[in-house]
Ligand binder design. Structure first.
Ligand code: ATP
Ligand code: MG
Length: 349
């Protein structure tokens, strides 16, 4: 077996704290399980600005491009407010350079997490949002502001819709085989184009149930009946809003991982939350978002669903045992949660 190459971008504020936790869990799950890997720790974000004057230093990008996967913890924070090159620019630059056009965020409420969820759901909640990340109104031109008006442009090409749609349907094939396209096809021409193209591609996946929902209706359903969803496929703006909404129903931002991928080349795995400067240095950051990002990486970039499942089962046991950080109402710190997960991994073998 070849050795997995992983670029590690530890990030700012709580970033390095949760990255350390994620890497310890990776080491524990890899031990004696025929998974060899090299870590390449590189400066990025605020650390890149401080060390190299650039949030995405050239050698960091080179390392990422030559790796099989990139692990990233949260970046940015008040230290770099108003700096000419902000840490966040590094994130946009690396997404662009790696052509990460698909963002995948799971919303999963395990039985153990149910007590922390603000919603009461009858069906189990386990869906993913597949969001187009590099086009739509955030990037469309023309774009201008005059004294009298401002203009943004929502634009999608057939090809941009096709490639994200395939990611959504491939994801559905590995899950419960149900895709819901979220759009505003009663109003927007871009949404009408999405409907046309997605309907065509859906015929290639006869096993997948395909339906559509307007974004306003979908935003209600995510609260009222989230158990109905499996894969939500959507464009950039709607996906941005719905994925933050979906995060809230799980109970804490600090528990949710994400994956961004391109056509080929490395995928990038990171928590959905920011660098939480308010709790940095206190040792109480919730490491679950980073630990689950590691699990997502093992399943998706290295075809090791077995190792991913071991991590997730150990995380769930840790939550059941109420060994959780203050964001989930617990009294444990980052190190204690991490140690509990590792103990569960070792005992499960
Ligand atoms: P950004 O603009 O970078 O997304 P934000 O202002 O949205 O940042 P976050 O850093 O995402 O803020 O988090 C908001 C709050 O949620 C934090 O201030 C913190 O209290 C809490 N939080 C986020 N992540 C975690 C975590 N891993 N563990 C504990 N609390 C967290
Ligand atoms: Mg935020």
């Amino acid at each position: 077996m070849t050795t997995a190459q992983i670029t590690v971008l530890a990030g700012d504020y709580i970033g390095p704290e949760i990255m350390a936790a994620g890497l310890k869990v990776l080491a524990a799950v890899a031990e004696n399980q025929n998974f060899d890997y090299d870590l390449h720790e590189m400066p990025f974000g605020g650390a890149g600005v401080d060390q190299e004057g650039d949030p995405l230093p050239a050698e960091t990008l080179k390392s990422a491009q030559e790796s099989d996967a990139v692990l990233l913890a949260a970046i940015g924070g008040p230290k770099w407010d108003g700096a000419p090159k902000t840490p966040e620019k590094g994130l946009l630059a690396i997404r662009k350079a790696l052509n990460l056009f698909a963002n995948i965020r799971p919303t999963y409420i395990s039985p153990a997490m149910q007590q922390y969820s603000p919603i009461k759901n009858e069906k189990p909640v386990d869906f993913v949002i597949v969001r187009e990340l590099t086009s739509g109104v955030y990037f469309g031109t023309p774009r201008e502001t005059t004294a009298d008006y401002a203009l943004d442009t929502m634009r999608y090409t057939n090809e941009e819709i096709e490639r994200i749609t395939r990611v959504g349907f491939e994801m559905a094939m590995k899950r419960r085989k149900h895709v819901t396209l979220v759009d505003k096809a009663n109003v927007l021409d871009t949404s009408k184009l999405w409907r046309k193209i997605v309907a065509q591609i859906a015929t290639e996946y006869p096993e997948v149930t395909y339906d559509q929902s307007y974004v306003d209706a979908a935003s209600m359903k995510i609260i009222a009946d989230p158990g109905q969803f499996d894969v939500i496929l959507t464009e950039n703006l709607f996906g941005d809003i719905l994925s933050d909404e979906a995060a809230q129903i799980t109970g804490s931002l600090g528990t949710i991982p994400s994956m961004s991928r391109g056509t080929n080349g490395p995928s990038l795995y990171e928590p959905i939350h920011g660098s939480a400067p308010d709790i940095a240095g206190k040792g109480i950051a919730d490491p679950l978002s980073m630990v689950k990002s590691v699990a997502m990486m093992l399943a998706n970039s290295f075809d090791r669903q077995d190792l991913s499942d071991q991590i997730m089962a150990s995380v769930n046991k840790t939550i059941e045992d109420q060994i959780v950080t203050p964001d989930l109402g617990g009294h444990a710190n980052t190190a204690e949660v991490t140690a509990a997960i590792i103990k569960n991994i070792q005992e499960s073998r």
